[in-house]
Ligand binder design. Structure first.
Ligand code: ZN
Length: 89
């Protein structure tokens, strides 16, 4: 068999043949997550339509803002629930 002369990442070839092996690398919100391929380290994220797209620096920035916003909101909701529980007793 002819040895390939190109220097493509063997993991990339594996991904091309069998598909990427994504795992969640970061949870932004309950709907938006970042994924990284375990083989070739390609990164994806969920966009506002719920589709998977390539994680570009621009989307990383958006996700950081989104994560910050989401965490603040969760914190607010948690505090609200806590107060609510207290008033029930
Ligand atoms: Zn891959």
């Amino acid at each position: 068999m002819n040895k390939s002369t190109n220097n493509r990442n063997p993991f990339k070839i594996y991904c091309d043949l069998f598909g990427h092996n994504y795992e969640v690398s970061k949870k932004i919100t309950s709907h938006v997550k970042e994924y990284t391929c375990k083989c070739c380290k390609k990164e994806l994220t969920t966009n506002s339509n719920g589709n998977l797209i390539e994680l570009t620096p621009k989307y990383k920035e958006i996700n950081n803002l989104l994560e910050d916003f989401y965490n603040r909101r969760m914190m607010y909701l948690k505090n609200k629930t806590f107060v609510h529980q207290l008033t029930n007793y």
